[in-house]
Each structure stands twice: as structure tokens, then as C-alpha cells.
Design a protein around this ligand. Sequence first.
Ligand code: HEM
Length: 148
Amino acid sequence: MHRAGDCIPEGEEGNVNSEVGESVQRLPQKDLVLSGFHVPAGTYLDLNPYLWLLNDMYFNDPLVLHPERWLRDTAGTLAVDPYILNPFSIGTRMCAGRRFAEQDLYVGLCRLLLKYRLEATDNSPPRQEWSVLLKPKTPLPIRFIARE
Ligand code: HEM
């Protein structure tokens, strides 16, 4: 069984399905040069993680569920760029509740899996819709089977 710590990033911001839509917005107060592009002050910037999370320049098989991609090797190095997963953003204005949110996700997932076995009822990718965050458009195709 994969650790919750590998499965959560796989669903959290990437690959296959994500709950994070446009995660970080900025309104620069000064002119900027970003990757060689001149960005005038006052230009609304909206980072869309789908552009890199579903990009095979950064991930092998980005559309395939593959939680092992988040494992570290023996030298502690991730197979993917550690800065590529930033659903909570990075830097001084990053999410103040990150550790609370992660703790809830890990504990919630572990408690759920202790009580239920999950079974896919349909293997096609669920569709999503945007509503501040991304949410499932149709009921999730998962059957919960109570453990004895
Ligand atoms: C999965 C759950 C969550 C996600 C994905 C998330 C993500 C984010 C993101 C992307 C930002 C903007 C960071 C930026 O602009 O650089 C943010 C800000 C913030 N979040 Fe969260 N968040 C989550 C849960 C929470 C929880 C549970 C709390 C409180 C307990 C919280 C408190 C905050 C606060 C206070 C800020 C503003 C930080 C600042 O502007 O300095 N978040 N969050």
C-alpha cells in the first residue's frame, strides 16, 4: 500500500485529477521581467498549475495515477522537481494553514481506509468543474465497502 504522503500529492495538485484550480494570484506593483517577458505593473497574474502538472516535460505519464513519483530515493531526492508541487504556494504569503490542512488530509484518509475498502465503479476520469477550487462535476465513481 502506498503511504498517504505519496497518494495525497498525486491527487492534491496533480496528476490525473486535482482539486486545486488557479492557486496563486498576484498583482505586481512594479514592472517585472518573468522568464524574459516584460510584465507591466498592475497586470493581473494568475498561475495555472495544470499547465505544468499535466506537462510531459516535467512528468512521465502525467495523466496516469502513479503515486510513486512522489517517493524520495535513498539520497532523499524526489523524482520530480520539489518546487513543482505547490498547492499551498511558496514564500512569505504561502498558506498559513498548510500543516493543519495536511494533517486533516492524512488523518482523514487513514481513518477512512481503516473503516472502508474503496472500489472503483468506473475507470474513466471523473469530470470536474471550477468553483473557486475544482470540484467533481458528477458523483465520484467509488464504492465504499465497510471493513469487517
Ligand atoms: C487543502 C487545503 C488548502 C489549500 C490547498 C490552501 C491553499 C492556499 C493558497 C494557494 C494560498 C495563497 C498563497 C499565496 O498567495 O501565495 C492560501 C493562503 C492562506 N491560507 Fe490556505 N489552503 C488550504 C487550507 C487552509 C487552512 C485549513 C487554513 C487555516 C487553518 C488556511 C489558511 C490560509 C491563510 C490565513 C492564508 C493567507 C496567507 C497570507 O496571505 O499570508 N488555508 N492557502
